[in-house]
Ligand binder design. Structure first.
Ligand code: UDP
Length: 489
């Protein structure tokens, strides 16, 4: 056994698909690149989920469940992941994470007693208490942020400064930002807008986020070249050399290559469309819009005259399994679009990576979830923003105001949108005469190149994200050597 394969890296993700998937991608990357063994810690049902998604050939990834029962935390039985919880109960899940602390402590202490301490612990931002345990056992600790640096820096700044922000005017400067960053109240996610400083969200986030700032470092699923504002924020909070941009941890082009060619209906439909002629619409894996907004969206799509694929999830207040209804889609809309070969409505889930990489896809109307953004930019597809919750608002601000690869169409799932606005924005991106559309597309292609370069590791060339992960492990190993030296064994 080589010395590297004796090293063990512990990963502890939060229980949401948008976190588990990048954590798993990071695990696979660390394993294939450094040969370390990986232990992923979680609750029993999430470990089962991970077991099913591990590629069959994977070895050296141990999955460990800590004792946990959702029913002990005012949650429905067997509800261990945000994907089965309505939004108001997510705070209960977050608060319940503390019950894992003694079990995690026991697990680490047993490893240390066996003289096999891990090289490092990498945990999610909502488990700030893991920092304390790592410090007790003198183990190198890092947070891995699955979101973007700008969105999360804004999120940190807003929550760490509650409730002071509530007394600010309509538009204000974030107080602890190294750059002047102006936020309008309408750009605050709903829970932040109504936070009092003593509500459950404020108390939970203030405690956990400030604990994470005592970690030895932050790994961030982003790209150094286009995230300077957010990275500078975290570097000002930790230190210049303890924040590493290592994203995207999933290599989308590679993961597409490893899939069998798609027989999915949406891809067959796209195959028959012209180059760069289709608008793709999706609000991610959890969010939905209201029924009136869906009506306006459908009306706008019909009036725009452009082709589209829309991943439809039933609106707020309807069961996810409900069939299409005339209260939230205009009568005969789906049939008319089908008859004219104008648009395809996909129920709940579509092969997003394949759609975004397809030559026919032109623009993405997105809720601005970070994975969607990275995927879209990786294929050079510009974005129409419609953020719906939490840091999506700040991600959208990054796209529109900082890197200028998007136009924000709407915010939130309660506000009124007008179909005329949709038609105007679609035209901006998709009409042949639009200079703005050409500009946005060429900008998106620049980001595609930046991303390709950041993850390139060949012929002696190492991109910034590759170097980031190398430097992170060099630091972890150095800490280990220093500790051994200090204790004399
Ligand atoms: N996704 C997909 N098909 C869908 C909806 C989502 O493949 O119909 C995938 C998408 O490619 C992305 C993830 O689900 O990898 C969504 O993550 P994101 O951070 O964008 O949003 P979230 O769902 O966490 O709000």
């Amino acid at each position: 056994m080589s010395s590297s394969s004796r090293e063990n890296v512990i990963l502890f993700p939060f229980m949401a698909q948008g976190h588990l998937i990048p954590y798993l991608a990071l695990a696979l990357k660390i394993q294939s690149k450094f040969g370390y063994s990986i232990t992923i810690i979680n609750t029993p049902l999430n470990i089962l989920k991970l077991q099913r998604s591990l590629p069959p050939t994977t070895s050296n990834i141990n999955l460990v469940s800590l004792p946990y029962s959702s029913a002990d935390h005012s949650l429905p039985p067997n509800s261990e992941n945000t994907d089965v919880l309505p939004y108001p109960l997510i705070i209960n899940l977050l608060e319940s994470l503390h019950s894992l602390k003694p079990h995690f402590h026991k697990f680490i202490s047993e490893l240390v007693n066996l003289n096999t301490p891990p090289l490092c612990i990498i945990s999610d931002t909502f488990m700030g208490w893991t920092v304390e345990i790592a410090k007790e056992f003198e183990i190198f600790h890092s947070v891995f942020l699955t979101g973007g640096a700008y969105g999360l820096a804004t999120y940190y700044s807003i929550w760490l400064n509650q409730p002071q922000l509530q007394s600010q005017s309509e538009e204000f400067l974030l107080p602890d930002f190294p750059h002047d960053l102006r936020i309008h109240r309408s750009q605050l996610a709903e829970i932040a807008l109504h936070a009092t400083g003593t509500d459950s969200w404020s108390l939970f986030l203030k405690r956990e986020l400030s604990q994470t700032l005592c970690s030895d470092g932050f790994l961030i699923n982003t790209v150094e070249e286009f995230e300077q504002v957010g990275l500078t924020y975290f570097r000002s909070k930790l230190s210049q050399d303890s924040v590493w941009a290592v994203g995207p941890v999933s290599d989308y082009a590679l993961s597409l290559k490893s899939r069998a060619s798609s027989t999915d209906l949406s891809i067959q439909w796209l195959d028959n469309q012209q180059e760069k002629s289709v608008l793709y619409i999706s609000f991610g894996s959890q969010n939905t819009i209201s029924s009136t907004q869906m009506m306006e969206l459908a009306t706008g799509l019909e009036q725009s005259g452009k082709s589209f694929i829309w991943v439809v999830r039933p609106p707020l207040g309807y069961d996810i399994n409900e069939e299409f209804q005339s209260e939230w889609l205009p009568d005969g809309f789906e049939e008319r679009m089908k008859a004219k070969n104008r648009g395809l409505l996909v129920r709940k889930w579509a092969p997003q990576l394949e759609i975004l990489s397809h030559r026919a896809t032109s623009v993405f109307l997105s809720h601005c979830g970070w994975n969607s953004i990275l995927e879209s930019l990786s294929f050079g597809v510009p974005i129409i923003g419609w953020p719906i919750s939490t840091e999506q608002y700040y991600n959208s601000k990054l796209l529109e105001e900082e890197i200028m690869v998007s136009v924000e169409l709407a915010r939130g799932n309660r506000n009124v949108i007008r179909h005329e606005d949709l038609v105007r924005v679609i035209d901006l991106f998709m009409s042949n005469q639009s200079k703005k559309g050409v500009e946005m597309r060429s900008k998106a292609c620049e980001f595609k190149e930046m991303i390709e370069n950041a993850i390139r590791d060949e012929d002696g060339f190492k991109g910034s994200s590759v170097k980031g992960l190398d430097e992170f492990f060099a630091m972890a190993l150095l800490r280990k050597v220093m500790k051994v030296h200090h204790h004399g064994n």
